[in-house]
Design a protein around this ligand. Structure first.
Ligand SMILES: CC(C)(COP(=O)(O)OP(=O)(O)OC[C@H]1O[C@@H](n2cnc3c(N)ncnc32)[C@H](O)[C@@H]1OP(=O)(O)O)[C@@H](O)C(=O)NCCC(=O)NCCS
Length: 187
């Protein structure tokens, strides 16, 4: 069960006016954040720590989800994550995040991470990730979110793919529960 938020956390209250559950566009909440990689972000060989990239991903996804939710959110799941290419000290890392799909209290945020060599201007794809974030109320209970208005063909494709990932998660969980029940019945 989720914990109660201490009053000292400045997250504010969820919006409760009439517009709180009006559909919001992808553009409304999309965010781009950049950070220069410093020696403290990297290992002795100069490669960025995976955790540094993960923190940037979680922060950008949190900003997007908070904007869409108009109130507190928590990260429930990092659904998929691949590190594709390395990042080094002195590179500029840029994280682009946007909402892919919204269900009742949860949403999927897609994040793309790119790095830039500031000397050459070369840009490369570092990582992509999908996160599930959940809107919560002051008692940390899940609460309904504004629906998503996916307007462009790309936004609609991302929404469909997010639904497929959710269906796969549900099917996997159901299969595991079924196997666990069969296992306990045979004991
Ligand atoms: C996320 C959290 C609020 C969910 O609470 P809960 O009582 O389990 O909520 P429910 O089972 O009613 O699920 C609410 C929604 O979240 C989704 N959800 C919850 N956990 C999920 C998970 N692990 N993966 C994907 N979706 C999840 C549910 O599918 C549901 O979606 P919907 O309402 O859009 O259909 C609770 O588990 C929590 O507080 N977790 C800790 C979060 C945290 O501290 N994050 C920081 C990471 S260090």
């Amino acid at each position: 069960m989720a914990e109660h938020h201490p009053e000292s956390i400045p997250i504010g209250n969820p919006a409760t006016d009439d517009s709180a559950l009006s559909p919001l566009t992808v553009e409304h909440s999309a965010a781009t954040m950049s950070q220069l990689i410093l020696p403290s972000d990297a290992n002795p060989m100069g490669n960025v720590h995976g955790g540094t990239v993960l923190k940037l991903i979680d922060t950008a996804a949190g900003v997007v989800a908070w904007r869409h939710a108009r109130g507190p959110i928590v990260t429930a799941r990092l659904d998929e994550m691949s590190f594709l290419q390395p990042v080094f000290i002195g590179n500029l890392v840029t994280v682009k995040a946007s909402v892919n799909a919204v269900w009742r209290a949860s949403m999927e945020v897609g994040v793309r991470v790119e790095a830039e060599d500031l000397n050459s201007g070369n840009v490369w794809h570092v990582a992509s990730a999908y996160l599930i974030l959940v809107g919560i109320d002051r008692e940390s209970r899940p609460r309904p979110l504004p629906p998503l208005s996916a307007r462009t063909a790309v936004e609609q494709r991302r929404q469909r793919e997010a639904q497929e990932r959710r269906d796969l998660r549900d099917a996997r969980r159901a299969a595991l529960e079924q196997r666990a029940q069969a296992g306990s019945a045979n004991r």
